[in-house]
Design a protein around this ligand. Structure first.
Ligand SMILES: *Cc1c(COP(=O)(O)O)cnc(C)c1O
Length: 394
């Protein structure tokens, strides 16, 4: 069920969430099946040749998956969506669909580690080269596009520096050069940012984060034109096998029904936490897109409907201070990932970026005391109290 006039919250609840036509169950069942049976070889033949719609095999898609995809496509404002077993499966399939040997990609230096590795370690083996640059520098971006460049890949806000890239400006540049713009929209979700409306060609997601929202699943999604999703992704989907399970589809679908409410709460809580940290004597640097002090505040206002739930900050002092801050927390959990209902903290220098040489880390803005906080939907007072008691001790 889709009514184009519906607003975001209504689409989130109803699109792809029709009652079961066979039983009237208000929540449609999880189709936990690997394969499908046909009335005759004639019917099977029509389905396999594409003459008639039908299900082929669990690696292609399942009914539960189609429901999820309808919901995500509606929320992102895209023609179609393909769901995957993880964000990385979604990103890998997208890049595989777009690239051939000899091609070149421009990718921001600050992207999810797995994405960086995909270009630096996997596609590089197949003679696909990548330039890692600061894509928010439009002149640099312009000069980095080569005749064999196929697409520009960005994440905005980026992780963990929260740098913003102007999607509209970047999309226009890509159009001029006849190349595609791929945007990882995991951090904002379509509730706060819709890159396709700003001119991007393809949006990718780790649904593990805010979309699922409860820290209980791994999933990914790609949104784009019907042509790209149905034809372009067909081979990477069926040959690479990054399929999402029906049960995970059910969980993501359920998570999305409350996405708007959760994002509002993540946003207002993060704002309160940022205000608390803003003038704290033990904080060296605070980065939150909702603060007037944020370097790209004007762009934030232009392109995003909110600021999200992620805050990065540096403590006065070095590595030990960063570690002590994390270790002293009582309610906020020390864990990678983000976007869960519960607040999560991570210390990049001892966790996600530990293997990077010190020089590289510094170059990417990952200082020793940098903390990344994913503010949950608990009561803001309790989050702040936990942070305050930990800061007190260091
Ligand atoms: C987590 C994450 C990914 C990878 O997604 P998985 O679901 O963990 O495979 C990609 N991009 C961003 C921005 C992420 O945060």
């Amino acid at each position: 069920m889709l009514n184009e006039k519906w607003d975001f919250e209504t689409k989130a609840v109803h699109v792809g969430s029709d009652p079961c036509p066979h039983t009237g169950a208000i929540v449609s069942p999880i189709y936990q099946t690997s394969t499908y049976t046909y009335k005759s070889t004639e019917e099977a033949g029509k389905i396999f040749s594409g003459e008639q719609f039908g299900y082929l095999y669990g690696r292609d898609h399942s009914p539960t998956e189609l429901e999820l995809e309808a919901k995500i496509a509606a929320l992102e404002g895209g023609e179609a969506c393909k769901a995957f077993a993880s964000g990385m499966a979604a990103i890998a399939a997208t890049c595989t669909a777009l690239l051939e040997a000899g091609d070149h990609v421009v990718c921001d230096t600050v992207v999810y580690g797995g994405t960086y590795g995909l270009f630096a370690k996997i596609f590089s083996k197949f003679n696909v080269s990548a330039s890692f640059i600061d894509t928010s520098d439009i002149e640099l971006l312009k000069s980095s596009i080569r005749p064999n460049t196929k697409f520009v890949y960005i994440e905005t806000p980026a992780n963990p520096t929260l740098k913003i890239v102007d999607i509209k400006e970047t999309a226009e540049l890509c159009k001029e050069h006849g190349i595609k713009l791929v945007v990882d929209n995991t951090f904002m979700t379509p509730y706060f940012q819709r890159p396709l409306e700003l001119g991007a060609d393809i949006v990718v997601h780790s649904a593990t984060k805010y979309m699922g929202g409860h820290g209980d699943l791994i999933a990914g999604a790609v949104v784009g034109s019907e042509e790209f999703i149905k034809k372009g992704l067909h081979d990477p989907v069926t040959k690479l096998g990054g399929l999402i399970s029906p049960f995970t589809c059910f969980l993501v679908k359920r998570g999305l029904q409350t996405l708007a409410l959760r994002m509002e709460k993540h946003n207002s809580n993060a704002m309160e936490v940022a205000r608390f940290l803003e003038n704290h004597e033990k904080i060296e640097l605070l980065v939150y897109p909702g603060l007037e002090s944020f370097p790209q505040y004007e762009l934030v206002k232009k392109q995003m409907g909110g600021y999200g739930g992620l805050i990065s900050f540096e403590l006065k002092g070095g590595l030990e201070k960063g570690q002590a801050f994390c270790d002293n927390l009582k309610m906020i959990q020390l864990a990678v990932s983000l976007g869960d209902v519960g607040s999560l903290v991570q210390h990049p220098a001892s966790m996600t970026h530990k293997s990077l040489p010190l020089e590289e880390r510094r170059k990417h803005g990952i200082t020793d005391s940098l903390i990344r906080l994913s503010v949950g939907i608990e009561n803001a007072k309790d989050i702040i109290e936990d942070i305050a008691q930990s800061l007190e001790k260091i």
